[in-house]
Design a protein around this ligand. Structure first.
Ligand code: CA
Length: 241
């Protein structure tokens, strides 16, 4: 199980081997079951401005910065990017709606997976486009003693968001590891593209509304349906390296 995908990765990248020592986690849609609230807030914020935007489009854009998402929609609708004022107003509205929508829900089996990896002595990193000021606090409530400033790359650390490779390259640098020593867990097509552009092996977890094919076309090495499935199959995967 999984040896074909790993061999393909090594040969394709001309890497000496595949020997993961760290797992890089995306956050929304991977550790937190938060994408349904983000997409609801985006759709609603655009609707308040009379601009059509669907939940499906939101999942396709997942991983982009807020500004980049807004510009994309404005280009499509009005053939121009949004003004700073428009961006500020829309993003503010979206953030408020998201906060109102509520509570933080951990993805089922995310904690179990993190604890399993920790017990197997893997380094764990967070690579997210999120820039919530309270991010570290919520991470520590849901996943105690896993994340700290030294193993996180957030919106504050990068100039280019996903799908640019910068977030994953930054994490790679922080870890001090080689690209064949890392496994990425991502749920969004642009997140997968970002990690692949950084030369990394990607386990995609299709926790949203998109078809598996979109994740495969983005370059995902293996696609799982849920974090639970990844948790259950992790040891089979690990047996190959
Ligand atoms: Ca995500």
């Amino acid at each position: 199980m999984f040896s074909t995908e790993i061999q393909h990765f090594i040969v394709n990248k001309k890497y000496p081997n595949f020997s993961p020592k760290a797992v890089f986690f995306d956050m929304d849609g991977v550790l937190f079951d938060s994408m349904k609230y983000h997409s609801w807030a985006w759709v609603k914020a655009f609707e308040l401005k009379g601009i059509p935007f669907t939940e499906y489009e939101c999942y396709l854009n997942e991983g982009r910065t807020g500004a980049s998402t807004i510009d994309g929609v404005y280009m499509q609708q009005f053939n121009r990017v949004a003004t700073e004022e428009e961006k500020k107003s829309l993003y503010h509205s979206k953030s408020n709606l998201f906060e109102q929508s509520g509570k933080t829900e951990e993805m089922p089996f995310a904690l179990e997976l993190l604890l399993k990896l920790k017990s197997q002595h893997f380094q764990i990193f967070l690579v997210t486009g999120s820039g919530q000021p309270t991010l570290l606090d919520s991470l520590n409530v849901s996943f105690p003693n896993i994340f700290n400033k030294n193993n996180m790359v957030t919106a504050f650390d990068v100039t280019e968001g996903k799908p640019h490779p910068e977030p994953y390259l930054k994490a790679l640098k922080k870890s001090g590891l080689q690209p064949w020593e890392v496994v990425v867990v991502e749920n969004a097509p642009l997140g997968v593209e970002s990690a692949k552009a950084a030369g990394l092996f990607v386990l995609a977890v299709n926790t949203g509304v998109l078809e598996d094919k979109i994740l495969i076309d983005s370059g995902a090495d293996i696609v799982f349906d849920t974090i639970k499935e990844l948790f259950e199959k992790w040891d089979y995967f690990r047996a190959n390296f």
